[in-house]
Every structure is written in C-alpha cells, then in structure tokens.
Design a protein around this ligand. Sequence first.
Ligand code: NAD
Length: 365
Amino acid sequence: MKILVTGTAGFIGYHLVKNLLDRGDTVVGIDCINDYYDVKLKHARLEDTGIRVAGMEYGKPVYSHSYPNYTFIKLDILDKEQLELCFKTYQFDAVCNLAAQAGVRYSLTNPEVYIDSNIKGFLNILECCRHFKIKHLAYASSSSVYGLNKNMPFNEHNIADHPVSLYAASKKANEMMAHTYSHLFNVRTTGLRFFTVYGPWGRPDMALFIFTKNMLEGKPIEVFNNGNMLRDFTYVDDIVEGIVHVIDNPAEPNPNWDAQNPDPATSKAPFRIFNIGRGAPISLLGFVEEIESQMHITAKKILLPMQEGDVAETCADVSHLDDALNYKPKTSVHDGVAKFTAWYKEFYNVKYEDLAPVAIGVLTH
Ligand SMILES: NC(=O)c1ccc[n+]([C@@H]2O[C@H](COP(=O)([O-])OP(=O)(O)OC[C@H]3O[C@@H](n4cnc5c(N)ncnc54)[C@H](O)[C@@H]3O)[C@@H](O)[C@H]2O)c1
C-alpha cells in the first residue's frame, strides 16, 4: 500500500513508519516538526529512519537513505495548498493522521494551537481524503475523551460527552467531524482512542520520561493525585500493531446500527471508534516502583494534588477491537519499562559515573 502518515517526527508516528516500512509498504511521512518538546529528539527519530535533517526545506521531499520506500516532507497540515499537492502527487491508498498538538496540561495554557492543528488541520485532512478518494482514514483520538465518565472499563459503546480539557474536546470533535465525512462523502474513517502510550523514543513531556530523567539526575519527581492516579499504560509497539490491523481493515457501515438506540462506536456510515489500551491499569506509584526497581534507584517523590484537566483513572475495554480485528495489546508494564529505560540510557549515553551523586546515593543495590 501507499500510505500517508502524519506526525512522523513524533513518538507514535516514528514507530508506525518503521513497522509499515519493514513490512514493505510505501510511506510518505509529514510533520511540521514543531517545538512543543525537544526538536533534537524529533530530528533523531527522522535520522533513525534514514531522513537527513540537514538541508531539509519546507515542502520539499527528502528520500530516506535506509528505506527506499520512505519519503518525508516537512509540512504543516494547516497548509491546505501544500497538503493538497502532497495528496495529488502521491495518490495514497490509506492515510493515518497522528499529527496533532498533544498534551492535556499544555491545552490549559495554549488553547489556540489545539484548535489550529487538531481542528483546522484535521479538517484539511478530511477534505483531502474526500477529494482524493482515499480508501481509508485512520486517525488518533484519545482516552481523554472519556472525561468525567467513570463507567470502568471505558467502552466505546458508551457515550463520552464530558471532556475535561480542550485537548480532549479537540479529539472528540475529530470523531464527530470524521462521522460527518463518513456520512456525507462515504469516507471510511476509524478513530483510535490511545491509552497513555509509552516506550523507547517516547515524549519528554510524559510521566515515564520525566520520572526516568529526574531519577537519573538525582532530582525529585512530582507525583500527582498523591500517586493514586490509575493509568492504563500501553506499550508503543502494541499501539502500532493495533494501528496496522486497523489500516489493513477499513471501516464498514454497521448493518445493525439502530437510529433509535445509536451506538456511538459505529454507524450506518463507514465509521467506527476503537480503544487501543492494555486494559490493565496500574497506579502511578506502582508505575514509579517499577521504574525504581528496574533502575535500582529510589525516587524522591513530591506528592501533589490532582492537576486541572487530568482524569483520575483510565482503563480500556478492548473487546470491540478484539472482536472486530482479533487484536489486543499484550506487553506487560514490566517489559515495557525495561525497554524504555534501556533505550533512554543508550540514547542519552547515561553511564554509572555520570549519574548525579544524589542518584548514586540512593541506589538501592
Ligand atoms: N502518546 C500518547 O500517550 C497518546 C495518547 C492518546 C492520543 N495520542 C495522540 O496520538 C498522536 C501521536 O501522539 P505522539 O505521542 O506521537 O505525539 P508527538 O507530539 O510526539 O507527535 C505528534 C507530531 O505531530 C506534529 N504536528 C503537530 N502539529 C502539526 C501540524 N499542524 N502539522 C504537521 N505536524 C504536526 C508534531 O511536530 C509531532 O512531531 C497525537 O494525535 C496524540 O494526540 C497520544
């Protein structure tokens, strides 16, 4: 297949691209490479897929020197003209939209960028899918759409209409926009509600990265909701495998969809929503303990109250995905954290002698 993946300088996009390239798909990746977090990490991800960052120009394709089937274009999905040119040039079979302004907390202080990238940018993707007759659009939604919902585990067939951050609202809006395009223009769409994704090459604004970094540097870690937050941490390879299953199986209309009792996860239009999560939440303190035991460092914890915009608990019911595509995540937190910490130490070249004296002082063995 020829697939457009957006957000490929990002964490999940980088992993998805590698998976698709390894199995022989032709991939065009786009990303505006924004500076929400360290751009050097985004560049390193691109370099790792053979994309030379030096000399890169906006809108100009860069061909991978390690994957003949990979082309990257620095491009903003808000840029309708360039986006249309990209769709026209490559005639994709499928599109996976991961480009977005991520992060719940950032949306409390920078709401505009969520409307720009996540709403206007997503509209441009939908318009291109419509006009260039794309066979299937898969796109990132988020577990955060469940908001105030406390009906555990979170199930896509339940209504999720009470978001508690603009980030969540933008993801929920994406699902509604996608349904409209599925209904009006027969664009097949699948929205994927990812649950707290972690793993190698992960995002520096997320818990595992911050905890690991601070612990190695001997700095304290801030643990919100006194560590009582329950999170359904999901390993990135499992997320990617789920996305690939979805890309291979485009959405179909649900022939049993009942307008008197409407299922939010399907439709009479070719539209569907899937959770992708492990379905086995652990407490934030339990997660910290896992990192501590693997790195042999006891963290200095600052226990803090819950932050605005956060939800106390997430847990995915993945039966919809499992029933439809026979897939569910499997990686344990133990294995996933081990892979992350190994990557972190190698990538940042952390050696025992470089460890902050405080960190060495609290080594447990
Ligand atoms: N990581 C998670 O735990 C998680 C959970 C739920 C949902 N998601 C969603 O999954 C997707 C990927 O997340 P991620 O963790 O890889 O985040 P990420 O920030 O690492 O990747 C997103 C990429 O999109 C790019 N981008 C942002 N705005 C853009 C624009 N206007 N045009 C082009 N590129 C743009 C960014 O530069 C970034 O490289 C996002 O949509 C995110 O909201 C992630």
